[in-house]
Design a protein around this ligand. Sequence first.
Ligand code: RP5
Length: 159
Amino acid sequence: MAQLVNILMGSKSDWEVMKNASETLQQFGVEHESRVLSAHRTPHETAEYVAGAEARGVQVVIAAAGGAAHLAGVCAAHTLLPVLGVPMESKLNGLDSLLSTVQMPSGIPVGTLAVGKAGAVNAALLAVAILANKDPELKKKLKKFREDQSAKILKEILS
Ligand code: RP5
């Protein structure tokens, strides 16, 4: 099966958080690949991998990085596919990662999610929503996910 989503992260140390994106995609049965590729440490390989994504059938790229987090912006520069950025927690509590990812100059967009685990899960859910526009079965799964989530909240009686 063709990969529909590529998840990139700047370091293996990001995987503890980014595995939540992978697990969320798995939950929806979305084929994907997760790779460590860095904007700074492997610039050529990162560009090559992202530039080839569309030809591999990929429809969404998720890019996570921390600190001077240029990965999502670099990915967006090398593809016309939507790129979703996930800022990683860092020595500055993720604020540096957030600003580096979100503050793209006009012309090359990155859809930036929350810092950390919530961002990882939501990047995957947003990727599912994008894919579901052309996949009615996936749209049904997303609708059920939302319904189950609401039902779980409504069951929480605290006293
Ligand atoms: C970034 O630097 C990575 O995305 C990671 O969040 C951060 C720290 O990387 P390591 O020093 O743990 O490899 O490029």
